[in-house]
Design a protein around this ligand. Structure first.
Ligand code: NAD
Length: 498
């Protein structure tokens, strides 16, 4: 395997052109070597303004927003092909800035980025809008029109897969957009801009601004020229985004953090539940919003399940994420590693915890590696059960019956997903009703259906994306009424004796 050349510097891409490297230089650090591998030149408010202006200009020129659906569909399918044609390069760049194992970048992240464009290409060619013809005098129908300029803000944990869900949705429905990836992970967006241009996306339809959240991101969200904000990231940032979008009366969807319960009942298929429990928390180095990071075990099977689970966790292959056999790579940053380790340190202090394995920096240096960690907790009120840790860290709790399991699962500030493992129809039916989460996965882990809504209850966000929910975000709905016959119109201003 040839190692992918990493762009030496990353600037912003506005109106089809890479901008000069004038902004503040922010190093892009490798999670493996802990050394800078590239430099990001931050977009300031003036550059953000230029990006929004380019998006507005192209939107109003209607080359893209007014293009036939068939044309947009073909371009989106060419973007998919472009991603697939450069999939190895993209996978390696995703690994270089995130530390995600290459097998997962190749197997999940890059294929998902391609699928996002294919999905929305197909969606727009099949979509329809309601027509109301009950009234004998007139017809009323709904037009979905592009909302305008979309600000798309993405996190670092799955940079390409999550950002392209937003880009594909925004442009499929005819919008222009400005994308701001995480400042930690700008690398794969360099080839992506080229792929979009080569596929025929006109200059100015997708603009890219790079920089830190409080500078570049905040200028973008607060910009009066932005009509729609699609945000994925942490809950604290989500509140700021919601406030700024609210002040500007912009449409907004926020997809935020989670602390999802993975509930395993005694009657479950325990082999599948075991495999899934590992994937649900340790895929993506544990840095996933939908992690099943609270593993709830029914008491009769708990001891045996824990023994087998811990044995598997201890066998996870930690190492260089570019090695195809690696299952756990380094975390994104020193700060993230220290955060995860601080929860492990806390768990070593009290009798309400038991660290079953891990909990230390892994014996690999350099690199932000953390040993996969399993902690048994006596109570769901402990911080390891309440906070999103966002690393290879799972907390185990035990329960007696379904009612207790659902109460623990719901006792959280978050409500993104829940996992339920049981062979009983009555139990899973009760679960899917009781659980306060945007997604309930029954006897299956991590199965995102792009046609269905995805998003969270409570502090996991506001709104949904996927299929027609993405259309609701990225379009304005216009209700149009036309007569079908000359029905009587009240005649005003005519004198009574006329
Ligand atoms: P983050 O909130 O720190 O950053 C997300 C993005 O927002 C980045 O691009 C960042 O630069 C930007 N940002 C930060 N402050 C900003 C501000 N004041 N104004 C505008 N933009 C700002 O999140 P992160 O650390 O990059 O990502 C991890 C978080 O994302 C976790 O909480 C995870 O659960 C969440 N996440 C949620 C989903 C979901 O679909 N619900 C998916 C993936 C990740």
């Amino acid at each position: 395997m040839n190692r992918q050349a990493i762009p030496a510097q990353v600037t912003s891409f506005i109106d089809g052109r890479w901008q000069p490297a004038t902004g503040l230089a922010v190093p892009v650090v490798s999670p493996v070597s802990e050394r800078p591998i590239s430099v990001l030149h931050e977009a300031d408010a003036a550059q953000v303004d230029a990006a929004v202006a380019a998006a507005r200009r192209t939107f109003e020129a209607a080359t893209w927003s007014g293009a036939a659906v068939a044309e947009r569909k073909q371009v989106l399918l060419r973007v998919r092909d472009g991603i697939l044609a450069r999939s190895e390069e993209l996978a390696q760049l995703e690994v270089a800035h995130t530390g995600v194992p290459i097998a997962q970048a190749r197997g999940r992240h890059v294929p998902r980025a391609a699928l996002n464009f294919e999905f929305f290409a197909e969606f727009i060619s099949q979509a329809s809008s309601p027509l109301f013809d009950q009234n004998p005098d007139y017809l009323t129908f709904v037009r979905h029109e592009p909302a305008g300029v979309a600000a798309l803000i993405a996190p670092w944990n799955a940079p390409l897969a999550l950002a392209t869900m937003k880009v594909a949705g925004a442009i499929a429905f005819g919008n222009s957009c400005v994308l701001k990836p995480s400042e930690l992970t700008p690398l794969s967006f360099v080839p992506l801009m080229q792929i979009l241009a080569d596929a025929g996306v006109p200059a100015g339809v997708v603009n890219l601004v790079n920089g830190r959240g409080p500078v570049t991101g905040s200028a973008l969200v607060g910009h009066p020229g932005v009509d729609v904000v699609a945000f994925t990231g942490g809950t604290a940032t989500g509140r700021l985004i919601g406030e700024a979008a609210g002040r500007g009366l912009k449409k907004v969807v926020t997809e935020l953090g989670g602390k999802s319960a993975n509930i395993v009942f005694a009657d479950a298929d325990l082999e599948r539940a075991l495999d899934a429990a590992l994937v649900a928390v340790f895929a993506n180095n544990g840095q996933q919003c939908l992690a099943g990071s609270r593993l709830l075990l029914q008491r009769p099977i708990a001891a045996q399940f824990i023994e087998r689970f811990v044995a598997r966790v201890q066998s996870l292959r930690i190492g260089d994420p570019l090695d195809a056999a690696t299952e756990i790579g380094p975390l994104i940053s020193a700060a993230q590693r220290d955060r995860v380790l601080s929860f492990a340190a806390q768990a070593r202090t009290g009798p309400e915890y038991e660290v079953l394995c891990g909990g230390r920096a892994a014996a690999l240096s350099p690199g932000f590696y953390v040993e996969p960690t399993v902690v048994r907790a006596k109570s769901n009120s402990l911080p390891v059960c309440r906070e999103e840790i966002f690393g290879p860290f799972v907390t185990i709790l035990e329960f007696d019956d379904a009612e207790a399991a659902f109460a623990i699962a719901n006792d959280s500030q978050f409500g993104l997903v829940s996992y339920v493992w049981s062979a009983s129809l009555a139990t899973v039916t009760a679960a899917l009703r009781a659980l306060r989460a945007g997604v309930v996965w029954i006897n299956t882990p991590l199965t995102r259906e792009l046609r269905a809504p995805f998003g969270g209850y409570k502090n996991s966000g506001v709104g949904r994306d996927g299929g027609s929910w993405s259309r609701a975000l990225f379009t304005e709905e216009k209700t149009v009424t036309i007569p079908v016959r000359d029905f009587p119109i009240l005649r005003m201003g005519i004198s009574a004796d006329a």
